[in-house]
Ligand binder design. Structure first.
Ligand code: NAG
Ligand code: NAG
Length: 406
């Protein structure tokens, strides 16, 4: 195998593992009861709890659809308070390295406190300062969350925070990893029943599940998604009560993400700046048409502010005990670092990527005395990359002969 192959193989194997672990994927019956009223007594705010997975929690540097929804409430002059046990996106250091994730436990754990995912990540720097000040980031959404996991723990959250309105975005992880469509509908029904037991007047807007771009060997996913969405739409009207209606949110239909192309997502599923608006819009359509909130649903602007994505600063390569150590300063809001390496006398770069909880790369594969060149950039989605850093180089150490590699 050429040296560049060794580089790519190693770096990609590590990160593929990481990403596998991280992911943490009709009939209509009219609602005949009068739309419930959200007119709170003067001075009281409507308490909104968003219950979701990574699509709702977001990643450090995202605006999140929760923020776009919060903006809509402000623009409609609807007094709301977002509530929930968390308030952040997932931070880089809050994503455990692959070796430390007991994947099964992590996804199946029903104890909220046992989550291994961080919740202290920040938002896009240009979000309104009122958003954190008014605790607009409060939520109950976590990477990897399934309806199955939340169905029991939800009761305690409702008791603690007493929301008036619950917005549920869950189901992808159920279908993607563990459960079939029937099980998932059952989990959703249990979730709603348990939440309502803690507040009999709680109102629900529940989204269906979006498509994602094709994954090798998972042709079943879009089929299961269709089946689940169909079952959900049929079952949902039967779950409502007069005081506690349950309404569908057409996430799948309002989100431009399909099997072969996903303009709304940054990785084939999770929302980019456009997708965040689309999800918020889907929820506001239901809030407006079914619950009489606001004068109109959220309008997606023509000019969507882009997400930040900066080039890693201070890139350096230096000799290290096992080869070469490439270091740089962490970049706020990047999803991963992409690195290229080559020998000085070659033209082609070989490349790999690194998760954001590391901002250095210790090579162990160069032969002793060899000089290598490197450059690094930030990746903020499939279609959003920073410029490459300048090229740095170093000579691999001669003292150690990489005895444990390959
Ligand atoms: C979350 O809330 C804590 C405590 O109020 C605050 O210090 C922190 O900045 C908030 N985090 C975000 C991302 O808003
Ligand atoms: C590489 O650099 C990082 C960051 O400065 C440091 O923590 C690590 O120990 C270095 N590794 C080696 C082998 O020198």
């Amino acid at each position: 195998m050429p040296r560049s192959g060794r580089f790519s193989g190693r770096i990609i194997a590590g990160t593929v593992l990481f990403f596998l672990a991280a992911v943490g994927l009709l009939y209509h019956r009219e609602w005949t009861l009068p739309p419930p009223s959200f007119s709170s007594p003067p001075g009281l705010k409507t308490k909104v709890m968003i219950v979701g997975d990574s699509i709702s929690q977001g990643t450090e540097g995202d605006f999140t659809w929760r923020y776009r929804l919060w903006e809509w409430f402000q623009s409609q002059k609807i007094a709301v308070e977002f509530v929930g046990p968390y308030n952040g996106t997932v931070p880089p250091q809050g994503r455990p390295p692959p070796s430390s994730i007991p994947l099964d436990d992590n996804l199946r754990a029903t104890d909220v406190s046992k989550s291994q995912w961080g919740t202290w990540g920040g938002y896009a720097p240009s979000t309104d300062t009122l958003f954190p000040q008014e605790n607009g980031g409060a939520h109950f959404a976590l990477w990897g969350r399934s309806a199955f996991q939340v169905r029991e723990t939800i009761a305690q959250q409702v008791k603690t925070y007493m929301p008036d309105l619950m917005l549920v975005e869950l189901g992808f992880n159920d279908l993607g990893w563990f459960w079939g469509p029937e099980d998932t509908v059952q989990s959703m029904e249990t979730l709603i029943r348990n939440a309502r037991a803690a507040n009999p007047r709680l109102k629900f807007a529940v989204s269906n599940v979006p498509y994602r771009t094709a994954i090798d060997g998972r042709d079943d996913l879009p089929v299961m998604t269709d089946h689940y969405n169909d079952l959900l739409e049929k079952a949902l009207p039967g779950w409502g009560t007069e005081e506690s209606p349950v309404e569908l949110v057409h996430f799948r239909e309002d989100y431009t993400c399909y099997i072969d192309d996903c303009p709304a997502g940054h990785d084939g599923l999770h929302p980019n700046a456009l997708g965040e608006y689309q999800i918020a819009r889907a929820f506001t359509q239901t809030l407006h048409s079914k619950f009489g909130m606001g004068k109109a649903p959220l309008e997606i602007p023509d000019d969507i502010p882009p997400r930040i994505c900066s080039t890693p600063p201070n890139v350096q390569a230096s000799q290290a005990s096992n080869g070469i150590n490439v270091t740089w300063d962490a970049v706020y809001g990047t999803y991963r670092y992409e690195m290229q390496a080559k020998l000085p006398d070659t033209i082609e770069w070989s490349e790999g990527f690194l998760p954001t909880y590391l901002f250095y790369y210790e090579t162990t594969w160069p032969s002793a005395g060899e000089s290598w060149e490197f450059r690094v950039r930030s990746s903020c989605g499939d279609a959003l990359k920073s410029d490459w850093s300048g090229v740095v180089s170093a000579v691999a150490a001669t003292s150690s002969q990489n005895t444990d590699e390959e």
